[in-house]
Design a protein. Structure first.
Length: 643
């Protein structure tokens, strides 16, 4: 959650390519886990509207994940072969991780190969009371199926959240060819897949009869394949740098569920293909820097479903999550950004983006007798930004930014048929408009060399036509029978105007040599104003931050820190349902703090041992909007060898 935005309103990029696709939803997303954390070179988080740089979806910000590059012989300290081996273990979920990467580099060719394996068992929650708050979230019972027969079984340890574990496999291959001093070609291949991933919160839902509602509720293997061909050329003209990317992504998601006592297992599968062409030019105009380029993305979706009788094996048709016909989106956009200095103390930047998007969605099987069988939209998109940075003194920086952003409705917004919670069915609405925002932010930073830094950022955002989920009527109905249950009809709708404001602060101070204090604080408020009244906006996290001390010297790094979150009262939850109020403790999410200690030690050259204790006091808590309790006391130990 960044500045009151989450999921499809935050843009994820890996190596410059958008991960957000035509089925990215407004709820809580796990797609970022498909990027191998052991192959990350760095992560850049852009706070605030970033549509002018990256396009649709970057309302709250953007997260840029950059993976490690294959290194040529001269780039790798004149080593032909290098790499890393890593393994670690976590006690709280019996988690095991293994990673290996190998780089081979010659003068003109380089290859980087990596593989990672992660296995996570059922997560154990904290056992100690959080202050005066009641205990909550224990798992006293779960469903066990034997020979097709479901039965409720007592949990041997109610603090172990049964059916929350999974496995993940990641591989990557990169190849670089240095054509000459100015031209380089590279190929980037990434693949990630998982075992079935249980949807823990749904497995704890209680039916109207007071029993567990589901015997099965899981995501099938989450698969992501990405291939990128990149061509870079320096000194093209007037010292211009050119970057061209051709990419293809294939993403597969599935949802599998079965009600308690029923032999009917429902499977819904989504397969997404994304083709993209992106290019940018970086050149000098006078003393200023100009960046411009184009982005073209074409997304395709194939949505299928079937129902299987687990006793007989017979399969029959089933309504799909998204329309079962042709589903596609196309976006074509151009952008430019220019930055320069007015003088030694004052600099500025100005940028703009404009483009055209289209969406087509065809409903072949109209199970719910919707009043339409196709959805089509075309939108002209645009955004702009201007920024000023003033350094009136050597130890003071003041920055002011004004920027707009946009998010175009996708297939998930417009066309899905989805049971968000038991008794609530979301149906398509073809009349959605793009969300648009305008944000002003001011940052003031004070520092004294490397000894002291104090940064404060204030922001105000106005969001126009926010897409919210609310009650809806079609065919004269407000309720409908769906999978044997009478459900209230909801749909995504543009609702009025939303206002957000917030403040964040970061303080770093050197206490003595090698010992640094660091503290962060974040506060956000958001409301939505519509014809129905004024209500809290969804995805507004409670006050949160971190306070800690870090010691770093040759061969050793130790950090002791506290993570904290404020309280989220029931009255502050959004009525849209996106905040998962049904999974919150009674009275809302209580405040919490965890105390943690971690360290890394070089036992000999190129070998490091790292270890730590998280949630030292084993506090029981749940983070805002989550459907599962957070980890209890966790002791982890790992080792890394670099060669």
């Amino acid at each position: 959650m960044i500045r009151g935005f989450e999921a499809s309103r935050i843009l994820l990029l890996v190596d410059g390519i958008r991960m957000n696709n035509l089925i990215y939803r407004a709820g809580h997303l796990q797609n970022i886990i498909t990027v191998d954390k052991y192959m990350l070179e760095k992560v850049d988080v852009l706070f605030g509207p970033s549509s002018t740089i990256y396009g649709s979806d970057a309302l709250g910000g953007a997260i840029y994940l950059k993976t490690k590059e294959a290194k040529l012989f001269l780039e790798n300290n004149e080593k032909k072969i290098s790499g890393n081996v890593l393994s670690n273990y976590s006690s709280v979920n019996k988690g095991k991780s293994f990673h290996f990467d190998l780089n081979y580099g010659s003068e003109r060719w380089a290859s980087l190969t990596s593989a990672s394996y992660n296995e996570f068992g059922d997560l154990k929650m904290g056992r100690k009371r959080n202050g005066s708050n009641d205990f909550f979230g224990e798992r006293p019972f779960y469903v066990e199926t034997t020979n097709g027969v479901d039965q409720i079984v007592a949990n041997d340890n109610k603090y172990v959240q049964k059916f929350s574990g999974y496995k993940q496999y990641d591989v990557m291959q990169k190849v670089v060819f240095q054509q000459n001093a100015n031209a380089k070609h590279s190929l980037n291949l990434q693949y990630s897949t998982t075992s079935d991933i249980p949807r823990y919160d749904r497995l704890t839902d209680i039916s109207s009869s007071g029993s567990l509602r589901s015997s099965e509720w899981k995501y099938g293997p989450q698969k992501r394949f990405l291939s990128i061909y990149k061509f870079s050329k320096k000194n093209l003209f007037n010292n211009t740098l050119l970057n061209v990317n051709l990419s293809y992504q294939n993403v597969e998601e599935s949802r599998i569920n079965r009600n308690f006592g029923s032999p009917k297992q429902n499977s819904r599968i989504e397969k997404v293909n994304v083709f993209a062409f992106t290019s940018d030019f970086n050149t000098k105009i006078g003393k200023g820097n100009l960046v411009y380029g184009i982005d073209i993305y074409h997304d395709q979706l194939n949505s299928t479903a079937f129902q299987k009788n687990i006793l007989t094996g017979a399969e029959t048709g089933l309504d799909t999550r998204y329309p079962d016909g042709d589903n596609a989106t196309m976006r074509s956009e151009g952008f430019l950004s220019y930055s320069n200095d007015f003088n030694d103390e004052l600099s500025y930047s100005i940028s703009a983006r404009a483009g055209y998007t289209s969406l087509k969605s065809k409903i072949e099987t109209n199970t719910l007798n919707l009043p339409f069988t196709s959805v089509e939209q075309k939108n002209f998109t645009y955004s702009g930004a201007i920024g000023l940075v003033n350094n009136p003194f050597k130890s003071l920086k003041i920055a002011l930014n004004l920027a707009s952003a946009f998010r175009v409705p996708n297939i998930d917004d417009l066309s899905k048929i989805f049971e968000s919670t038991p008794g609530i069915l979301i149906v398509p609405n073809e009349n959605l408009k793009p969300e648009k925002s305008v944000t002003a932010d001011l940052s003031v930073t004070l520092w004294e060399g490397n000894r002291f830094q104090f940064e404060n950022v204030f922001f105000v955002t106005k969001l126009y036509d926010p897409i919210q989920t609310g009650t809806y009527t079609f065919n004269g109905q407000t309720t409908i029978d769906f999978e044997g249950e009478n459900s209230v009809i909801y749909a995504n709708q543009n609702q009025g105007i939303a206002h957000l404001a917030g403040f964040s602060s970061v303080l770093k101070a050197t206490i003595i040599k090698s010992l640094v204090f660091e503290g962060t604080f974040n506060f956000t408020r958001g409301t939505i104003h519509s014809s129905d009244g004024t209500f809290p906006l969804d995805h507004i996290a409670p006050m949160n931050g971190k306070v800690g001390i870090n010691y770093e010297s040759k061969g050793i790094n130790i950090e002791c820190y506290m993570l904290y979150n404020g309280r989220k009262d029931l009255d502050d939850y959004s009525p849209s349902g996106e905040d998962n109020l049904q999974y919150a403790p009674p009275g809302g999410t209580p405040s919490w703090q965890t105390y943690n200690l971690k360290g890394a030690f070089s036992i000999f050259e190129n070998a490091t041992i790292f270890s730590g204790v998280e949630n030292i006091f084993d506090i029981q808590y749940r983070t805002f909007a989550s459907g599962i309790n957070a980890a209890g006391r966790n002791i982890y130990l790992g080792a890394k060898y670099k060669f």
